[in-house]
Design a protein. Structure first.
Lengths: 116, 107
């Protein structure tokens, strides 16, 4: 069974950093682009960025490129999202996604709340 | 804002009714996918490459479109179809963009 399990979320103060992890199983992690999508409370889906199979290409949504870093560890089948200088508007559920001509599989999501 | 227009924003349908949701892509030559999200759960891929149904999706659903205009149609609405549907284009710049979402309610 294919799974993407995010972790590392929680309550964080404004201005701080946070790193999310996503553990993949049930498919050949090395063969896929992977990405992150977020959803603010009551709002729609916002694509954050993606990373290719060997980490040689990383792309971001233009408004978000200075806030996030994406990396992966193929040996550990794990995807990461480093978030910096967090603000209240970064409060959202963060989803790890597998990509194949778009998003084709979603994790269950992890909540990040930015508040003092 | 990098959000594709979808219409309608909200629609209510009775069981047995036909429902059509449309999405306007930002350019042509893209892949168009659709995702279904029910309240409190993560989205699921529902239709990919414009018209192909994801595994387990009932055949009352269909997708169509070309150029910059795409649609998702439910031939006969069922209770379980109440959800929010998002279109999602791929493979242009930026690589992935989502639609604003259409909330489908049961009348």
């Amino acid at each position: 069974e294919m799974k993407l399990v995010e972790s590392g979320g929680g309550l964080v103060q404004p201005g701080r950093s946070l790193k999310l992890s996503c553990a993949a199983s049930g498919f050949s992690f090395n063969d896929y682009w992977m990405g992150w999508v977020r959803q603010a409370p009551g709002k729609g889906l916002e694509w954050i960025g993606e990373i290719n199979q060997d980490s040689s290409t990383i792309k971001f949504s233009p408004p978000l490129k200075d806030k996030f870093t994406i990396s992966r560890d193929n040996a550990q089948k794990t995807l990461y999202l480093q978030m910096n200088k967090l603000r209240s508007e970064d409060t959202a559920i963060y989803y790890c996604v597998r990509e194949d001509a778009g998003v084709d599989f979603w994790g269950q999501g992890v909540m990040v709340t930015v508040s003092s | 804002d990098n959000v594709l227009p979808q219409s309608p924003t909200t629609v209510a349908a009775s069981p047995g009714e036909k429902v059509t949701i449309t999405c306007h892509a930002s350019s042509s030559g893209i892949y168009m996918n659709w995702h279904q999200q029910k309240s409190g759960t993560s989205p699921k891929l529902w239709i990919f490459d414009t018209s192909k149904l994801a595994s387990g999706v009932p055949d009352r659903f269909s997708g169509s479109g070309s150029g910059t205009s795409y649609s998702l149609t439910i031939n006969t609405m069922e209770t379980e179809d109440a959800a929010t549907y998002y279109c999602q284009q791929c493979c242009t710049n930026p690589p992935i963009t989502f639609g604003a979402g259409t909330k489908l309610e049961l009348k």
